[in-house]
Design a protein around this ligand. Structure first.
Ligand code: FPP
Length: 277
């Protein structure tokens, strides 16, 4: 991991510190992305209204971000509001989520400053209500010079629409510069994604047990390790982030190559008779 800001391990709780001590510092992820799911179920299990689940979920956002900043995680990207959420949820819930985002920013920017956290956004944020956009801009500008964790909220986000936007941008650039289609590279596509300025996620966490990626960072998670926990997002804390990182460190990442535990490499594979054919 490329450490960011100053490590503040002494600010972890003693339980968090115990897990952190078991981690290999040289194998910490650079970028953790999270699909925050289960706010509604959390509320339902307590016979509460769904909005109270979202409210509790907003607390988890802040607490998990603070733990991320204490261990020097450079990039944390949270799926806070999908394009599908805005189209398929009742208007009252969408309005509540917008008000919650605004009040989350108002109340937490000072804590972001205290934790050296910089906030950014990805998604079609220009379609959000203008007063929400104003608050988002204010929070982004206020925290712009912080050098610790970059917290990116995916808002009005969908991976397929991100790709549409990227391809539109790339097509316009190609027309302008007279570039032939055969010359398009993966790097060209990467440059036009909302995430062009950050590394791809190493670890994707999903809470509440669903085995889906739900149109989240589809290009960027090509080689991410996926960690699914049954824990509902409003119950997810920094310690659970550290547990996910510990599980990540047990994985062998191969990026399409062969791993250390995959047997000896035959010096002359030509000598091996194929069993079939
Ligand atoms: C899924 O719960 C969660 C979301 C709709 C997105 C996450 C939103 C928050 C954590 C709250 C606000 C965030 C910020 C940054 C202020 P769900 O309603 O789909 O849960 P369910 O599947 O149990 O119904």
């Amino acid at each position: 991991m490329q450490l960011t800001g100053t490590l503040r391990i002494d600010e972890l709780t003693s339980d968090e510190r115990a897990i952190y001590a078991s981690l290999k510092p040289e194998r910490l992820p650079d970028h953790v992305a999270i699909i925050m799911d289960g706010n509604g179920r959390w509320a339902g299990r307590r016979s509460l209204k769904r909005f109270l689940g979202h409210q509790q979920g907003a607390k988890s956002v802040q607490l998990v971000t603070e733990t991320a900043s204490r261990i020097g995680l450079p990039w944390l990207t949270l799926y806070a509001f999908s394009l599908e959420n805005s189209l398929r949820r009742p208007k009252a819930e969408v309005n509540f989520l917008m008000r919650l985002l605004k009040s989350y920013l108002e109340s937490n920017v000072q804590r972001m400053m205290d934790n050296n956290v910089r906030i950014r956004y990805i998604g079609r944020t220009h379609d959000l209500p203008s007063e929400v956009q104003d608050k988002m801009r204010w929070a982004e500008e206020t925290t712009a010079h912080n050098t610790g964790t970059t917290l990116t909220l995916a808002l009005n986000y969908g991976a397929r629409s991100e790709m549409v936007d990227a391809f539109r941008g790339l097509a316009a650039e190609m027309r302008l510069k007279h570039i032939a289609p055969e010359r398009i590279t993966e790097e060209d596509i990467h440059r036009h994604l909302y995430t062009a300025h950050m590394p791809d996620p190493d670890l994707l966490i999903r809470t509440s047990g669903e085995m889906r990626v739900s149109n989240y960072l589809l290009w960027q998670i090509a080689y991410a390790e996926i960690y699914v926990t049954d824990r509902l997002w409003p119950d997810f804390r920094g310690i659970h982030l550290l547990e996910a990182i510990a599980a990540f460190q047990q994985r062998e990442r191969r990026f399409g190559g062969i791993g250390e535990s995959c047997g000896e490499v035959e010096e002359d594979p030509e000598r091996i008779k194929l069993a079939a054919g």
